[in-house]
Design a protein. Structure first.
Length: 100
């Protein structure tokens, strides 16, 4: 297990997120992990689908959804009707560079 995976794993207990980290770098690490593991690249999701996916790890799905949007890991149409995972999740993980 890499150091990055261990750090993200430390935020979970029994598959559930213990708390959303307050430190920005740690939160970004968590959000990148959630985007990679909960949302398929190229698929469009409705808001209820996004909420359901996020609820599998934490009850406050709206806060996680907002964090994912503001960090650029999920994109949302102007009307809020559909969501998509950003094309380059790995570029948002601290310490990594975007794919060429």
């Amino acid at each position: 297990m890499s150091q990055k995976e261990r750090h993200v794993a430390d935020l979970f207990s029994g598959g559930r997120l213990i708390a959303v980290p307050r430190k920005a770098a740690r939160r970004e690490q968590l959000l990148a992990h959630l985007a990679e593991t909960l949302f398929e690249e190229g698929r469009t999701y409705t808001e209820p689908e996004v909420n359901d996916a996020l609820r599998t790890v934490h009850e406050d799905c709206s806060a996680l959804r907002r964090h994912l949007i503001t960090s650029g890991l999920l994109t949302r149409t102007r009307d809020g009707g559909s969501y998509r995972r950003a094309d380059r999740v790995e570029s948002a993980i601290p310490g990594t560079s975007p794919a060429a």
